[in-house]
Design a protein around this ligand. Structure first.
Ligand SMILES: [Zn+2]
Length: 70
């Protein structure tokens, strides 16, 4: 069993299984509840961004992730 600590909330993920109860984004491991929060914040940021695009989604997503990990 692998021990994973979420890089956002710094909590250990019990019975960590990639794609199931946590995901990797670049070099960060984030739990499902933080992933949901991250997606929500990304969507909120995109509604204010008139230049919506996939690249825009990714740059917002990663920027917000970096802030949440801070
Ligand atoms: Zn978390």
């Amino acid at each position: 069993m692998i021990s994973i600590v979420c890089d956002v909330c710094k909590k250990a993920v019990p019975n960590a299984m990639p794609g199931r109860n946590f995901i990797y984004v670049t070099d960060k491991a984030i739990c499902k509840s933080c992933e949901a929060e991250l997606e929500e914040k990304t969507r909120a940021a995109l509604t204010k961004d008139p230049q919506y695009s996939l690249a825009g989604f990714q740059s917002h997503y990663l920027g917000i992730l970096r802030k949440m990990c801070g």
